[in-house]
Design a protein around this ligand. Structure first.
Ligand code: LLP
Length: 395
């Protein structure tokens, strides 16, 4: 069993406090996301300890639940946002504008206006036209703003193509060949201040050769930018630190965090820079489970399906990225091992959580927990087929 899961008297217990999930279910009719806030706190503290001196901006898109944000705030975490909605969510839980970095390729005029009016810490600029738009707004308002240039180093981090962002074919970041144009735009005015350089190569990085290559590439751009712009002091290494979904390996993840931080620190040893990072998944993924109920066991001559009351409407990662999530019954019963397709109620053949998955035998009415649903699960859910959203409960 994965770490933080165990069966006691046939009941699945979860989290740092070994919570009996089934005992919470009577209060809810729909599938429920449970979050273990203490686990998130302990992950944050581990990262903070390892990345000493680095400012941590939680990528709120992974999970913007209010209690998670509040907890992270009390621990000294800041936030990375990608929309006006996320800016407002950050403010609503007490983050200050100076705790906010604003990323994303499609910032609208009204979102940029909001960033100016609040005087947030930094806008990570993704393109030349975006830079032009920001300069224009600064002149209209006669207000300053700090930005970082998000550069695209064209580096492969060997992840799923849908979550790779640092290749030249991706829409993200400013191509290094266009850096001179960005410099000229910035030098033609005074209100938009270059505070630094940022990158984000993609998500679920499991090894760091591409990351290291990108840091080295962009370090030299950073140093030359510093010659033109004395204000250019921050280097934002983005998010992307991966986790293990298939097996329990928190030791591997801690080691991976250590390797990641060593690469960052050794690359910037000889540079004066305030380092920033934007983790999402690593902090919260393990700290969520989705509990749902078996509606039918549907047997055909070819397959045995477990039809659940939750599907791609609540958790789209398996359909979208063929992502793996472990599934455990809440009740451990004796019985034969089966091979099932775990599917949802949505009218799409891509609506599955797992295919050909070994499991204890299940019956209609049983509950199962889908593991590692703290990141990019509820935050990516939809009301497709007008199904109700899952409830969210912080333990
Ligand atoms: N910074 C920026 C600018 C980002 O776009 C992202 C994630 C992060 C930081 C945080 O990355 P993380 O540390 O969580 O890997 N929906 C996908 C993941 C998409 C990530 C999008 N950007 C999934 O479910 O795997």
């Amino acid at each position: 069993l994965k770490k933080h899961f165990k069966y006691e008297n046939g009941k699945l217990l979860w989290g740092l406090q070994s919570i009996d999930l089934q005992s919470y279910l009577n209060n809810y009719h729909n599938p429920v996301y449970f979050y273990d806030i203490q686990l998130i706190a302990s992950r944050f503290l581990e990262m903070k300890n390892q990345l000493r001196g680095v400012d941590i901006f939680y990528a709120m898109k992974a999970n913007p639940h209010i209690d998670i944000l509040k907890k992270l705030k009390t621990l000294g975490c800041k936030v990375d946002v990608v929309s006006g909605g996320e800016i407002n969510r950050a403010l609503s839980v007490g983050f200050f504008p100076q705790d906010i970095v604003f990323s994303g390729v499609g910032k609208t005029i009204s979102e940029i206006n909001l960033a100016f009016d609040l005087q947030i810490l930094q806008i990570n600029v993704e393109s030349l036209p975006e830079l032009e738009r920001i300069i224009k707004i600064s002149q209209q308002k006669n207000k300053p703003i700090s930005i970082a240039l998000r550069l695209n180093p064209n580096v492969d981090i060997k992840t799923h193509p849908y979550i790779a962002t640092g290749l030249q074919e991706n829409k993200f970041g400013i191509d290094i060949s266009q850096l001179d144009q960005a410099i000229n735009l910035l030098r033609s005015q005074t209100l938009v201040e270059l505070a630094g350089v940022s990158l984000h190569l993609g998500s679920q990085m499991q090894e760091f050769s591409g990351f290291q290559q990108a840091l080295l590439k962009l370090k030299s751009d950073f140093l030359s930018l510093q010659k033109y712009f004395p204000t250019c002091k921050k280097f934002d290494v983005g998010g992307g630190l991966g986790i293990r979904y298939e097996e329990t390996d928190l030791e591997w993840e801690s080691q991976s965090l250590q390797n990641y931080s060593e690469i960052i620190f050794s690359t910037f040893r000889d540079v004066k820079a305030q380092l920033q990072t934007e983790p999402g998944r690593w902090l919260v993924a393990h700290a969520g489970v989705l509990v749902c109920q078996v509606q039918y066991i549907k047997q055909t001559p070819f397959k045995e399906f477990v039809v659940l009351d939750s599907g791609m409407n609540h958790l789209i990662r398996p359909a979208f990225y063929q992502a793996f999530h472990q599934i455990l019954p809440l009740q451990q019963k004796n019985g034969p091992e089966k091979v099932y397709d775990f599917v949802g109620p949505i009218c799409e053949s891509s609506d599955f959580f797992a295919k050909n998955r070994k499991s204890l035998e299940l019956r209609s009415g049983d509950f199962v927990a889908v593991l590692d649903c703290g990141a990019y699960a509820s935050s990516m859910s939809s009301i497709y087929n007008l199904k109700d959203p899952a409830a969210e409960v912080c333990l």
